[in-house]
Design a protein around this ligand. Structure first.
Ligand SMILES: [Zn+2]
Length: 269
């Protein structure tokens, strides 16, 4: 099996996870910037984090022959401090030319607050000004549908953004159609407790087809499973999917989306 992990928070994982992922067939991992589990106290914390994502973490992955890419932003969970967000958004362009940076993400909403919306708009403007791709986080549970609608409206109202260069992640049964119909890519996050289980993800693939969709494990510091993409591929096989169709979802689709950034390249095999 071969697969891409298009959304994994590797800074919160141990090195053994890299070994397991490569052993299972992982060909590349992409790491969106996210909340550290606590609020950072200044823009300097973000400077250090962006150095970790663009310098240290690719080296840690390279020890296992695994290409590591990343996305940069201030996460919606830290968007209540608009002044800090402005400082972080001003810092990001310094990192955009680094060879493993794919775009702006994971931006979006958490509690759908006014400040979060303002910071989302700042990030969309940043992406538009620098012609960057976008990776979007959608809120949890009862806030998800409303938050997804707000995000779709914000991005569609900026006519500089090409919608098929944007992926809206953490879709569930009640938001997937909205996202795909609007012209975006959609991501399904395979979590053991919340978000989407492997069985639910496969149900959605069987209901909505396999175009403009990917799956990821998110694998962060919470309860999560770094191998959930290959585990789900095995479940697809058990449910009668062909090897070719599984490969399209777990390998070809992420490559198709990510290759819209010229920096995303896999080593020749
Ligand atoms: Zn994430």
């Amino acid at each position: 099996m071969r697969y891409i992990e298009p959304h994994g928070h590797m800074v919160s994982r141990v090195t053994d996870d890299y070994l397991d992922m490569v052993t299972a067939g992982c060909q590349a991992v992409c790491e969106p910037a996210f909340w550290a589990g606590y609020d950072r106290s200044s823009v300097n914390g973000f400077y250090d984090y962006f150095c970790q994502l663009t310098d240290y973490e690719p080296k840690r992955a390279a020890r296992f022959g695994l290409p590591h890419f990343c996305w940069l932003c201030i996460n919606p969970k830290e968007s209540e401090d608009v002044k800090l967000a402005e400082e972080v958004v001003a810092l990001i362009p310094k990192f955009l030319d680094r060879p493993s940076v794919l775009g702006i993400g994971e931006i979006g909403l958490n509690k759908n607050s006014r400040n979060e919306l303002r910071v989302l708009e700042m990030h969309v403007d940043l992406a538009a000004r620098h012609n960057q791709m976008i990776l979007v986080h959608t809120p949890h549970l009862e806030d998800k549908l409303k938050g997804t609608r707000l995000i779709v409206d914000v991005i569609r109202s900026d006519k500089r953004i090409q919608l098929d260069r944007v992926i809206i992640d953490h879709v569930e049964e009640h938001t997937i159609k909205l996202v795909l119909d609007a012209g975006f890519w959609a991501g399904m996050t395979l979590y053991p407790e919340s978000k989407c289980s492997p069985a639910r993800a496969i149900d959605m693939l069987e209901n909505y087809g396999t175009e403009r969709l990917w799956m990821n494990s998110a694998c962060d510091w919470g309860v999560s499973i770094p191998l959930n993409v290959p585990y789900t591929a095995l479940e697809m096989k058990r449910r009668g999917w062909s090897a070719e169709d599984i490969d399209k979802v777990v390998y070809e689709n992420p490559i198709k989306f990510l290759s819209q950034c010229k920096k995303f390249k896999l080593p020749k095999t």
